[in-house]
Write a protein that binds this ligand. Structure first.
Ligand SMILES: Nc1nc2c(ncn2[C@@H]2O[C@H](COP(=O)(O)OP(=O)(O)O)[C@@H](O)[C@H]2O)c(=O)[nH]1
Ligand SMILES: [Mg+2]
Length: 437
């Protein structure tokens, strides 16, 4: 299919579908001010300074009919989002008005923008690199504070700068190896492959270690509450939520199905899943619930295993222990056993709940340093993994061959920024955008 042309004027409604207080139509490309001026009654857009608003009316150039009162915002290249002459028409947020404005611009020679095409133009015109363009999408999609914060980091090129710095160090090393190979008689010192690669590799691994937190910040996490019947799972869910979501009874086996409840914990969107109590049973409905609970636990990002510390200690089920927090419940009652590996919590008094929230937060986002950029984009993670593998190769290769692996690693890092990436990759990135962004 190929990437769309940069040379025509594109137009799209930039605000979400439906009615709103204000609706925005966006135009970008060479000649966009000319097109807009044909339907603008008011100050001549050509005479308007970049970044300035003017108040006027939108008129159908064919019939002369006035459609709405509006604001016009003009940007001049290269000082615009896309790097081209651009304009925004802010009308009242009526779908009928917005559609007509777009229609009239199409009649004047613009074409409908494809999804993400404004941001694509920004990338192709060098206003941002590919990682920043992806951060734009992450920011638009961000539903939690953590995701929003990380997207902004990407947008302001924190990740890009880090990747550029690493690439530069590799590039210097590569140049050195080449000089040493090509001009042996010049007395070029042997390249210090180990000394340079070690720290770069470490840095890449540090970035990769943030991937799980990055993904969770962006997409959220699923936390399963499991344990024997009457362990206090539903009570704990309600305590974490702050309202009565799940039925609590003293009768074991009340929750036979599972239920999901959304909550936000330390800026991360969480889905907490209350499951059927795990015990051997002949009841067919309950047994199915038990099997389901174990499967949910295997698939969850984090498991809370609950055991009632006021009762004899239960035999633990088969759980993914490396992502499980053990919780001793009903801490307000006298203990029948004690194990320091368990967090003692009472849903009734609230004892231990803050510690539990902190433990959950630490498990979900723990490896990722706050105040630093996290890698949340799957494409970036994959490229970093390849760079890591090539650098490992380079470390193990004799110095005269290390250059090849270095080049491959540099290629992988460059892809993150969109350097020398095939058009298909670019198309795939922008396909997920909405029209008008
Ligand atoms: N004293 C005390 N009782 C609790 C606590 N949490 C739950 N219970 C009681 O234990 C019983 C089972 O609780 P529930 O949340 O339904 O357990 P589930 O079967 O694991 O969902 C109910 O009678 C609850 O009132 C707690 O922290 N302290
Ligand atoms: Mg229950």
């Amino acid at each position: 299919m190929g990437l769309p042309s940069l040379n025509d004027v594109i137009v799209a409604i930039a605000t979400p579908p439906g009615r709103g207080a204000v609706g925005i139509v966006r135009v970008s490309g060479m000649g966009s001010l000319e097109l807009v001026s044909r339907l603008w009654v008011g100050k001549n857009p050509h005479k308007l300074g970049g970044g300035r608003f003017t108040f006027g009316k939108v008129r159908d150039p064919a019939s002369g009919e006035i459609l709405d009162e509006a604001l016009l915002l003009v940007f001049r290249k290269p000082h615009s989002y896309t790097g081209q002459d651009s304009a925004e028409v802010h009308t009242h947020g009526s779908p009928a008005v917005l559609r007509r404005v777009v229609q009239m611009l199409l009649e004047q020679g613009a074409r409908l923008a494809q999804p993400g095409e404004f941001t694509l133009r920004a990338y192709l015109n060098g206003k941002m690199d590919l990682a920043q363009a992806e951060a734009v999408l992450s920011l638009v999609e961000a539903e939690s504070d953590a995701a929003r914060r990380q997207a902004l980091r990407g947008l302001s090129a924190e990740l890009s700068r880090k990747i550029e710095q690493l690439s530069e160090r590799l590039f210097d090393l590569l140049a050195h190896i080449q000089a040493w190979l090509d001009y042996p008689e010049e007395g070029v010192e042997p390249a210090r492959v180990q000394e340079t690669l070690g720290p770069v590799l470490e840095e890449i691994r540090r970035l990769l270690a943030t991937a799980s937190a990055g993904r969770i910040a962006q997409k959220g996490a699923r936390i399963a509450l499991v344990g024997a019947p009457n362990a206090g799972k539903s009570s704990l869910l309600n305590a974490l939520l702050g309202y009565q979501r799940a039925i609590v009874t003293p009768i074991p086996g009340t929750t036979r199905d599972y239920l999901e409840a959304p909550l936000e914990l330390a800026g991360v969107p969480i889905v907490a899943i209350d499951t059927a109590g795990i015990r051997p049973t002949d009841d067919i409905v309950e047994r199915s619930g038990v099997e389901h609970a174990l499967r949910i636990a295997q698939e969850a990002d984090l498991v809370l295993y609950l055991a009632d510390q006021s009762q004899p200690r239960p035999t633990p089920p088969n759980l993914p222990w490396e992502r499980t927090i053990q919780v001793a419940t009903k801490a307000d009652l006298p203990p029948a056993w004690h194990d320091p590996a368990f967090l003692r919590v009472s849903s009734q008094t609230g004892q231990g709940l803050d510690e539990l929230r902190q433990a959950i937060h630490a498990r979900l986002l723990g490896q990722a340093p706050q105040g630093e950029v996290w890698v949340s984009n799957e494409r970036h993670v994959e490229a970093l993994r390849r760079a890591e593998a090539h650098l490992k190769e380079a470390l193990e290769a004799p110095d005269d061959l290390a250059g090849l692996s270095l080049e491959a690693a540099l290629g992988a890092l460059g892809e993150i920024l969109g350097k020398d990436v095939p058009e298909e990759v670019i198309e795939r990135v922008f396909r997920n955008f909405c029209v008008g962004k």
